[in-house]
Design a protein around this ligand. Structure first.
Ligand code: HEC
Ligand code: HEC
Length: 293
């Protein structure tokens, strides 16, 4: 392999071969936010030359001299989802040409030694959790579907998870109620309380540690990068489907039933129930509809 790489590099001629320096810098800027660490998507690490050459769990992503290498196809959008996954913007033609020239030249290393990035640090239980701590989870495990670059064509249920603002906005209904994980469909989906469990292409599900991190982040008010908690989304629509665990409580999520609530076929504790409600200024949820399922 090494011999082949060197041979091809020589064929391209000294000076003509694009070495890894520029390619590595490009990957560092646009790829390693996801493609690094133990949870790199499909096991593909792009933080070192060794990682690039090792490829993914599907095999090599660059093949010396092959313009149809999987990685190049992803950059050009010939294989979906297009990379970088958090685009647009994607790489411009000049940047793609740099990577292409390097692959065509047989992936010469150019004596560039990039140190592997360390694994993602997770705040310990009880420590503050900020957006920056949970963002990589969404980038690596969710936005291939929940973004405008979705491999499903459009983000399911209109839910985008590619920025803090989108996560807080939710889709057709609220996904995160700051301060209240039980009432947050997003936590319910990743922990498996609501069906279908997320990520949709799992198992594997998220590691326990990441599920805990998402829960703590929501419980602490879904703070931004500076630690400022999110505002209460007054008036947002919520839907809960699960097991009635109290008079007005589904899977531990409490809501308010009042004179305005339309109750059909009142569920009993232990029954499958559905509640549709609206978030109030104090963060509570008043049920508009409550029924047996
Ligand atoms: C926001 C996160 C993110 C960024 C940034 C990103 N990727 Fe990806 N990448 C993914 C995910 C997630 C997948 C798996 C998609 C799937 O399951 O289809 C993937 C898949 C790939 C694959 C396919 C591997 C295979 O086995 O088929 C290649 C190649 C790839 N990425 C290259 C890149 C390159 C090159 C960049 C930077 C220019 C980049 N990615 C940036 C998240 C990202
Ligand atoms: C392979 C595609 C895919 C991936 C990856 C994925 N989802 Fe989903 N997601 C879906 C689909 C499809 C639905 C709609 C399913 C349904 O309710 O029938 C959905 C629904 C949801 C919903 C419910 C939205 C609502 O209003 O009912 C939430 C919340 C959600 N996903 C969160 C996540 C999170 C968090 C991740 C990452 C940990 C994730 N998803 C990863 C495809 C995906």
């Amino acid at each position: 392999m090494r011999g082949l790489v060197l041979a091809l590099a020589c064929v391209a001629g000294p000076g003509a071969a694009q070495d890894f320096a520029e390619v590595g810098a490009l990957f560092a800027e646009r790829c390693v936010v996801c493609h690094s660490g133990a949870d790199a998507p499909l096991g593909l690490r792009l933080d070192t030359l060794e990682g690039v050459l090792a490829g993914s769990e599907n095999g090599p992503v660059v093949v010396a001299g092959d313009a149809a290498s999987p990685l190049l196809q992803r950059l050009r959008g010939e294989a979906e989802p297009q990379m970088p996954l958090d685009g647009p913007p994607f790489l411009d033609p000049a940047e793609i040409a740099i990577v292409e020239a390097w692959v065509m030249a047989g992936m010469p290393d150019g004596d560039v030694a990039l140190a592997p990035l360390p694994d993602r640090q997770r705040p310990a239980p009880g420590e503050p959790v900020r957006w920056a701590d949970v963002e990589p989870i969404f980038l690596k495990a969710c936005i291939k579907c929940h973004s405008d670059n979705s491999k499903l064509g459009a983000p399911p249920e209109g839910l985008r998870l590619d920025s803090l603002a989108s996560v807080l906005q939710g889709g057709e209904r609220l996904a995160v109620l700051p301060g209240n994980p039980e009432m947050s469909e997003l936590w319910r989906r990743v922990v498996g309380l609501a069906d279908p469990r997320m990520p949709f292409d799992g198992p594997p599900w998220l590691p326990e540690e990441d599920i805990r991190l998402i829960r703590d982040w929501i419980e602490q008010g879904a703070p931004d990068a500076e630690g400022v908690a999110a505002p209460i989304p007054v008036g947002a629509q919520v839907r809960l489907r699960g097991v009635l665990t109290g008079e007005a409580e589904i899977d531990g999520a409490r809501f308010v039933i009042d004179g305005s609530t339309r109750v059909d076929d009142r569920p009993r504790i232990g029954d499958e129930a559905e509640m549709r409600g609206v978030v109030q200024p104090d963060g509570s949820v008043v049920a508009e509809r409550f029924r047996d399922r």
